[in-house]
Design a protein around this ligand. Structure first.
Ligand code: 5GP
Ligand code: ZN
Length: 111
């Protein structure tokens, strides 16, 4: 836990968020500034700055949590999963998070 980290604080429950799923390894909550009708962030409880530092043993639990969110939200037919690494890729919070986006058409390549 990093005391200054906003997502650690959300995981601890000390900053409020619309949590929609949680298990031993991960928590999922709605993005405060949604970019699609469904925009959920899936994070590890452990403070990990980005996917580059993710311990092997958390890879499967995080994918499991993403799949659980997809099923729970009823978006399995069409959705996008994104994680940004580094400021140039658009990362602004340095606690690993997977964006799960759905409910509209997405263009490719991403901007
Ligand atoms: P990044 O830019 O790092 O890929 O994504 C960070 C995401 O976190 C953004 O989509 C932003 O809207 C979201 N976010 C930042 N602060 C908060 C917060 O306090 N609560 C919630 N629910 N989302 C946040
Ligand atoms: Zn953190």
């Amino acid at each position: 836990m990093s005391e200054q980290c906003i997502f650690c604080n959300i995981a601890q429950g000390s900053i409020p968020a619309q949590v929609i799923y949680q298990d031993e390894a991960a928590i999922a909550f709605r993005d405060i500034n949604p970019q699609a009708p469904v925009h959920v962030l899936v994070i590890p409880r452990l403070h990990v700055p980005s996917i580059a530092e993710l311990p092997d043993q958390l890879c499967h639990p995080l994918l499991h949590a993403i799949n659980a969110v997809v099923r729970q939200e009823g978006i399995a037919a069409s959705y996008r999963v994104v994680t940004n690494v580094g400021p140039a890729a658009g990362q602004s919070v340095f606690h690993l998070h997977f964006h799960v986006l759905s409910g509209r058409t997405f263009s490719w390549p991403p901007g």
